[in-house]
Ligand binder design. Structure first.
Ligand SMILES: [Zn+2]
Length: 312
């Protein structure tokens, strides 16, 4: 974590170049609470370790009693690719909604390569090496263009995901629980991380874009979990709440709670981004939304989440 050198093997993935920034992301994400987080880290002896990619672990894992958090390299690869593709898709969808500009899936090279990267990162049998010629994370001193924006949102998404794990440590959740208790603990960790990120953003800056970046970044983190449901419905299994519900809880309950009047457009954009991301994967899997005219992004979101929940 921040100030410590994370454990690193020798992975060839470009994500490995971001390990230090990822470990620092919970602090950088909400600088107004960084000192508080340092205290928690010290008191609970929280340590973040990164897998070297040999196992291609696709998850974040936590031992709440010991304070250890392990992050799978492949979880980060998919998260970056998802942030990159879903963010570009959200912008294209916004242009369509506002100006009627068609979304050119085949002619827009930037969008096309973003989607190809996500397809690679999502594949079960993805090669170890990040494919040549596809977009890749941008280092701090080379940030410009879509890869730069994607990396910024990725660091928000990774920071929130790590705060979720830190939430488990703070609550001292047991390692083994009943399914009902486990789902309640997951919701508690989501709420803790979201509150951490969004409740005091004005202490850092009055610029509403600060809220917007955090809101969209967390949305992309939850979309990274939810979009997988289109390919294999788990409904969260025995340990987690339904990903559709987690996304809905954030966008329909938690986010409005922290969004002031000026934040409304970012709330709408976050909802639109989630709908666009899920619709992409619905289309790939030929899952249909009800053919209805949607008056607001919230109407569309409700319908999208219902469609996600209906998949069997
Ligand atoms: Zn959790």
């Amino acid at each position: 974590m921040c100030g410590q050198v994370p454990s690193v093997g020798d992975p060839s993935s470009p994500i490995a170049d971001l390990f230090k920034e990822i470990a620092a992301s919970p602090f950088a994400l909400a600088p107004e609470r960084a000192a508080e987080l340092h205290e928690i880290r010290k008191e609970r002896q929280i340590r973040i370790q990164f897998d070297d990619g040999v196992l291609r672990d696709k998850n974040f894992r936590v031992d709440p009693q010991r304070g250890s958090i392990r992050v799978g390299l492949h979880a980060l690869e998919r998260l970056w690719a998802g942030c990159h593709a879903h963010w570009q898709l959200a912008k294209a969808t916004e242009r369509y909604v506002k100006h009627g500009t068609p979304i050119e899936f085949t002619e827009d090279l930037s969008l096309q390569t973003a989607l190809n990267t996500l397809t690679w990162a999502h594949a079960e049998d993805a090669e170890d090496e990040w494919p040549c010629g596809l977009p890749r994370p941008a280092m701090a001193d080379q940030r410009r263009g879509p890869e730069s924006e994607a990396t910024e949102f990725f660091l928000v998404a990774a920071g929130w995901s790590l705060l979720h794990e830190i939430g488990h440590v703070v609550y001292r959740h047991p390692t083994v629980s009943t399914p009902a208790d486990s789902r309640r603990q997951e919701r508690q960790a989501d709420e803790w991380a979201t509150k951490w990120v969004l409740s005091r953003w004005r202490d850092h800056s009055e610029d509403v874009k600060v809220f917007g970046k955090r809101a969209v970044g967390v949305t992309l983190a939850l979309c990274d979990i939810a979009f997988l449901e289109a390919y294999g419905r788990t409904a969260g299994g025995t340990t987690h709440p339904d990903p559709a519900q987690r996304l809905g809880n954030f966008l329909q309950d938690d986010l409005p709670q922290y969004a002031g009047d000026a934040s409304g457009p970012f709330l709408e954009f976050a909802r639109l981004a989630a709908c666009a991301a899920l619709k992409l994967h619905f289309d790939k899997q030929r899952i249909e939304l009800d053919a209805t005219i949607y008056a607001t992004a919230d109407d569309l979101l409700s319908s999208t989440l219902c469609a996600l929940a209906r998949i069997s």
